[in-house]
Design a protein around this ligand. Sequence first.
Ligand code: ADP
Ligand code: SF4
Ligand code: MG
Length: 357
Amino acid sequence: MNGPLLKVENLTKHYPLGTGFLKKTIPVIRAVEDVSFSVEAGETLCIVGESGCGKSTVARLLMRLVEPTGGRVLIDGTDIAGLKKHALHAWRRRMQMVFQDPYSSLNPRLTAGQIITEPVENFERLSRKQRNALAADLLQKVGMSPEMMHRLPSELSGGQRQRLGIARALALQPSLIIADEAVSALDVSVQAQILNLLLDLQQQLGIAFVFISHDLSVVEHIGHRVAVMYLGRIVELAQCEALFAKPVHPYTEALIAAAPVPDPTRARLEAPVEGEVPSPINPPSGCAFHPRCPLAVERCRMEVPPLVPMADGRVVACHVRAPATDVPAQPAEAGDHSPDQVAQPHDPVQRYRKTQV
Ligand SMILES: Nc1ncnc2c1ncn2[C@@H]1O[C@H](COP(=O)(O)OP(=O)(O)O)[C@@H](O)[C@H]1O
Ligand code: SF4
Ligand SMILES: [Mg+2]
């Protein structure tokens, strides 16, 4: 296969506020604005940002649970918007989602075995024997005992329920899993177990992840690359290590400063992000971060900064830190990268494991 597994081009989602009856212009919530990135097979792209910045809307757009206002989502080069029923069905097998709250996304009346084999039974009929064998195999893949297949979700712990959610996502052998705040509701020690599980599954099965979290400390250990979102837009997209070692966008810098520092030898940056996230109904002009940015200049209030490629391959949208006048002739697109940039520059499994207590 040539090209990325997933390519997102200028994805935009506006939610209209009301019907606009007798009004010329309807106000909209600008949930996602002009977002572009790509994900290679077997890669983990993390999306981070404060609550309300559009992360879950991106996930829903990728899964085609909502229709975009603009832009495209391509899987293996095919635009999913153009897929008819049969092709859409086939494509849905390749992309699965794991949610934040496994309890509300698991049918409380079904046993664990029924829950994880249900996606397969939507496509093909299974005998009782096949169903039990599949359930046992999937439970083992996520580190649970096959006997658990007879339990109801209410009889499982939070961590076990999340493993069950992952087993269900694995049932159709997807190429890509979208995990939206998949560990956010769990205790730190259980979070670590689930993250290790995801890393193991990636190594064994070559699954790509779009891993969405508001928690930078989680992202640091699991991502190959990280996209930082602010008020619907990507403001920086970089290799994980590079982003944490040297954030360029002032918002990324502030987020990292605000996150707990797992490594005491690493210096803390300046003060955390101050002020509230502005409303996506009426976002600030120019760079939406300007009311909170210590580096803001006049131009920041006037012009939306474009994503500009930097020497190390990252892209940054900031008039001061990445001025567009210094841009080489190549157009910037978050997610365009040379193959060697995504070819596992570090082993996230090793990185994660070594920070375990
Ligand atoms: N179905 C919807 N209708 C109207 N507004 C929505 C809808 N879903 C999300 N939004 C708004 O879009 C913005 C982004 O939301 P969301 O994608 O859930 O952010 P995040 O996941 O980063 O917290 C928020 O302002 C949210 O209120
Ligand atoms: S463009 Fe201006 S306001 Fe926006 S992050 Fe850069 S310096 Fe701050
Ligand atoms: Mg969300």
